[in-house]
Ligand binder design. Structure first.
Ligand code: ZN
Length: 469
């Protein structure tokens, strides 16, 4: 055996419940779980004493853009209409390609440190991030190349002016997506999906090509869906329909479709999406921060849909920490529905793990069962904020994990049977160096962006001038 965790509490998600084992052990060999059950003294090359620890499946971040993590904190608490062009834009324009890499390293490192083992990375040049971040970090990734054909300067256009598409731009993106698919086709740590960014950003021509490829290769299409008024007006003006109606007419709605956000959908459209087997990923922190809206995660769950959670991007929610994402998802849903029973901890915990894996179509992941892929984390339950931890009359550590943990109680992270984090320390990631590089480059980007940011004239400029930020 390669790794054994003895004398530990376990959340296995075996069968429909949480599958809690109060005194258990877990064994790993050749990247797979080979033992999960009652405590016994397992022998292995690496033995972890699980006393005072909880062992559970690694978290799944089902939608993220880590490349812009250097812009953390640059565009929060501002009106949605200003967010992209007056908030992020002036700073993003100062970024070089290498800054995307540094940002991604920072974002993925944060995710790993807080227990995320699988990331659905949605990015331009995603192959670069796979090669230079995910592979060397030992993280599991679903790579989605952003496919976008808009050549108009959107920032200067009114919501009813139709964007112009450039097929050359689309072809270039699709070529990059195909390259990633080809390069990693036999790599168990890298999967891929096709990512037309949103229905208002790609032509029908490109969409047909994407659909054909996805069907042929049995791969998912992952798209931002019904993101708000601008998209609604673009689609209505161009096609005379709503996003969901058009996707349905085109035959896109199927079990191989993953829809992100979906907040601008009607009740009947959500039913239609679930009926067709479409999966949903909600990013409650991001959408709350940018739009002041709670995405319809619980609505999809109530309809019987499969839902995962994602951190989206750091300039929105501020982190790539899935413990925070679970907490925000549950709390925001309770407020949205004025109902404290909405999204209880035991359900939310599954959205961050096994349901997230299902939303990504990843088989053999998200639960601790013999034969499954060994993506496993341990959590120190004796931290101030997680004490006490009891088994009777119920397991209070379940709500504590969702509501009280910060994510930094994670002390061991195992991905595909390999230790990435041991006793809270990365084994082959230079945390200090990445933080230093990120700090250095962010200082330059923020400095260089200062004048255009001020000229763009957002509400934040006034707030800064008042001395509040
Ligand atoms: Zn997104």
């Amino acid at each position: 055996m390669d790794i054994a965790i003895n004398n530990t509490k376990l959340i296995t998600f075996k069968s429909d419940g949480l599958g809690i084992i109060e005194e258990g052990a877990l064994g790993i060999e050749d990247g797979r779980i080979t033992y999960v059950g009652k405590n016994t003294k397992l022998d292995a090359d690496i033995v972890i004493d699980g006393h005072d620890k909880l062992t559970m499946p690694g978290l799944v971040n089902a939608h993220t853009h880590t490349g812009i993590t250097l812009l953390r904190g640059c565009a929060q608490d501002m009106p949605e209409i200003q967010w992209m062009n007056k908030g992020i834009g002036p700073f993003a324009q100062q970024m070089k390609a290498s800054d995307m890499l540094i940002g991604s390293k920072l974002g993925v490192m944060e995710g790993l440190r807080t227990g995320t083992t699988t990331f659905a990375e949605y990015s331009y040049d995603v192959g670069e991030l796979v090669e230079k971040v995910y592979k060397p970090f030992g993280a599991r990734v679903v790579a989605i190349e952003t496919l976008n054909e808009v050549i108009s300067k959107r920032a200067k256009m009114g919501p009813d002016e139709l964007y112009e598409f450039g097929s050359e731009k689309g072809e270039k993106c699709l070529k990059k997506a195909r390259k990633v698919a080809e390069r990693y086709k036999n790599d168990p740590m890298v999967d891929y999906m096709y990512g037309p960014q949103a229905l208002d950003m790609v032509s029908m021509d490109l969409l047909s090509k994407v659909k054909e490829l996805a069907d042929k290769e049995d791969k998912f299409i992952h798209m931002h869906i019904a993101q708000g008024e601008r998209e609604r007006r673009q689609i209505a003006n161009r096609y005379g329909k709503s996003t969901v109606e058009l996707l349905d007419d085109m035959g896109f709605l199927s079990e191989n479709f993953l829809a992100a956000h979906c907040h601008d959908t009607s009740v009947s459209e959500r039913s239609a999406l679930v009926e067709k087997g479409v999966k949903m990923v909600g990013c409650p922190s991001s959408i709350a921060m940018i739009d002041g809206i709670v995405p319809p995660v619980e609505d999809f769950l109530k309809l019987g849909g499969i839902v995962g959670l994602g951190s989206d991007q750091a300039p929105g929610p501020g982190t790539h920490n899935m413990f925070k994402e679970m907490r925000n998802a549950a709390l925001l849903s309770k407020v949205r529905h004025s109902d404290p029973t909405s999204m209880p901890s035991w359900k939310t915990l599954k959205l961050g793990t096994i349901e997230g894996a299902k939303a990504l179509g990843l088989k053999g992941l998200g639960a601790l069962k013999k034969g499954m892929l060994a993506d496993v984390i341990t959590i120190e339950l004796n931290r101030i904020n997680l004490v006490p931890s009891v088994n009777k009359p119920f397991h209070n550590f379940i709500p504590n994990l969702v509501y009280s943990s910060t994510g930094y109680e994670v002390d061991n992270v195992i991905i595909n049977g390999e230790l990435v984090l041991k006793d809270g320390e990365f084994l082959s990631i230079d945390e200090e160096k990445i933080k230093e590089q990120a700090q250095e480059r962010a200082e330059v980007i923020f400095e260089e962006g200062s004048i255009p940011w001020r000229e763009a004239g957002s509400d934040l400029v006034d707030i800064v001038d008042e001395g509040s930020l």
